[in-house]
Design a protein around this ligand. Structure first.
Ligand code: PLP
Length: 392
């Protein structure tokens, strides 16, 4: 039968979804599985947000909205940014999208073509590389190193920029490592980028409210000099436990906004209307739900990291952001992190993701999402401990 054009042979996957499917399949067969694989909050969306969507449906918000989103929501995004970061952004350049991934896809499409290079974090969210390859551009991994606190190194990143670099993708707080890039490093990176005015920046800040131990987030929005080439990715999926609603927001510079608006008109028309009213309630309603979820993640973070460090051959630094732990498994005797992740799922009943699913620099690590109850985390660690002991 018909086959898609060659670009589709270069498109990748997010293995977390395959692991989720396998874990669900094993559970359906009666196996007891603890899932520390997929990166989604285990909390339900706060009730006042759900109610806003129900109300919007009852009130008849059933039609298309403007392609870039309803005006009050775009304004609420700008007000929220101002409240949290003290920075003004133009609501007229905000685009409401069906999930953070869509911002990523659009930004990479705008700069990716054969002959172009795009820098992205490795280990990093796997979709960056997949989409870069889809466009025919050359993916240039920026190594993210444990000895550097899993932060971007400004010097190393800047050193990878060349004459054909079109876009650089930043992500802090980071998936899969939980690393937070300190402000001094972002300052140095922004300063260095002055010498490369042709390079656009995609800053994925979807975990910007998941910060621990007083860590602060240096948003790229707070650097006025690069605003003309900054695409900001954020959304509701993680902050308000809304992964299944498919909602995100992005900010586009003047020169790119029209391209993004037209892409929206061509591809998705608008984000589903009731979800936009829910997003509005999320931003304008009480924020203690966010603080409570972050506090729960913080407690789990300690449980998971202490437990991991007690496992034979495993060491794990305390992540300062997001909701992932990225333990180093060099001492376990397992040379393939993917094989270990697979054995842990099949034999111990614990779903994790092998570091190589996030890039070549992820070998020797596992990713554990601690978006699960403390009891389940303790149980998973116990099972992992038994498995590693007997496999020694
Ligand atoms: N960016 C990062 C770094 C992520 O980890 C994720 C989700 O896992 C996304 C973006 C995508 O979020 P969404 O579910 O809103 O598409």
């Amino acid at each position: 039968g018909p086959r898609p054009v060659a670009a589709f042979s270069r498109i990748g996957e997010e293995n977390a979804f395959a692991v989720l499917a396998r874990a669900t399949e094993l559970a359906a067969r009666g196996r007891d599985i603890v899932n520390l694989g997929i990166g989604q909050p285990d909390f339900a969306t706060p009730p006042h947000i759900v109610e806003a969507a129900v109300k919007a449906l009852r009130e008849g918000h059933h039609g298309y909205t403007p392609a870039t989103g309803i005006a009050p929501l775009r304004e609420a995004v700008a007000a929220d940014v101002h409240r949290r970061l003290g920075t003004a952004i133009d609501p007229g350049k905000v685009v409401i999208v069906p999930g953070g991934k869509v911002t990523m896809f659009a930004a990479i499409l705008m700069f990716g073509e054969p002959g172009a290079e795009i820098l992205y974090p490795d280990p990093g969210f796997p979709i960056y590389r997949s989409m870069i390859e889809f466009t025919g551009a050359k993916p240039v991994p920026v190594p993210i190193r444990e000895e550097n606190g899993f932060a971007f190194s400004a010097e190393e990143t800047l050193g990878l920029i060349g004459p054909t670099t079109r876009l650089i993708i930043l992500n802090s707080p980071a998936n899969p490592t939980g690393g937070v890039t300190p402000k001094a490093e972002i300052d140095a990176l922004v300063k260095g980028l002055e010498k490369h005015p042709h390079v656009a920046i995609l800053s994925d800040e979807i975990y910007d409210q998941f910060l621990f131990d007083g860590a602060s987030h240096a948003s790229l929005l707070t650097y006025p000099d690069i605003r003309g080439r900054l695409i900001l990715l954020n959304g509701w999926s993680k902050t308000y436990a809304m992964t299944g609603w498919r909602l995100g927001w992005s900010l586009w510079p003047d020169g790119l906004f029209e391209a993004m608006r037209k892409l929206a008109v061509n591809c998705w028309s608008c984000v589903n209307a009731p979800a936009q009213y829910a997003a509005l309630a999320a931003l304008t309603g009480p924020q203690d739900c966010v603080a409570e979820m972050v506090a729960a993640f913080d407690r789990r973070r300690h449980v998971v990291v202490e437990g991991l460090n007690a496992l034979p051959g495993v060491s794990c630094t305390l992540p300062k952001g997001a909701f992932y732990a990225f333990p180093n498994i060099a001492g376990t005797g397992w040379s393939s992190a993917k094989k270990l992740a697979s054995a842990l799922l099949e034999e111990a009943g614990v779903a994790t993701i092998g570091g190589p699913d996030f890039g070549i620099h992820g070998e020797g690590y596992l990713r554990l999402s601690y978006a699960n109850s403390e009891d389940n985390i303790r149980k998973a660690l116990g099972l992992m401990g038994d498995f590693l002991q007997q496999a020694r």
